[in-house]
Design a protein. Sequence first.
Length: 152
Amino acid sequence: MILHLGCGLTRLDGAVNHDITTHSPHVDVAHDLDVLPWPWADGEFDMIVAHDVVEHLRADVPDWLNEAWRILAPGGSLSLRVPDYRHENAFTDPTHRRFFTPRTFDYWDRRKELHHKYGVYYFAAMACWWVIEHVAHDQHGNIEFHLRKEAA
C-alpha cells in the first residue's frame, strides 16, 4: 500500500491520499504531520511519497523520519522531493522551515561518512536507519531522494 503525504491538488491513484485538511474529495486522511504520532499503524505501508511536504514541517527531521520509518513495512521506501538549499525557491516560499542538501540524509545511512562521524552518535537511540538508493536534482531546483527502510 502507498501513502501519499501532502497530496495537495494531486491525487495519486491507488494510494491513501493525505493532506493537512480535507480541501478536496480526493483527500482520504486529514492530519497535521507536526502532530506525532501519525495516525497510521506500524508497518502499514510499502511506500510513502512526500513531494514538496517535509520542508514545511515544524517537527524536527529525526522526528518525522522516525514516523515514516515506523509506518513503513520492512524494506519499504520513502520518496521525498525537497528544494535544494542553493536554489532561490528554497527561500521564496515563506512557509519553508527546513533546507536540504544532497547529503542531508547521509546521517541515517550506515554506508555514509556522515553517519559514521555524527549520525551514529546523534541518532543511536532511534536505530531507524535508511539506505539511500537515489539522489538526483530535477529541473526545478529540487532534490529527489529515494530511501529504503533498513531492518532495525
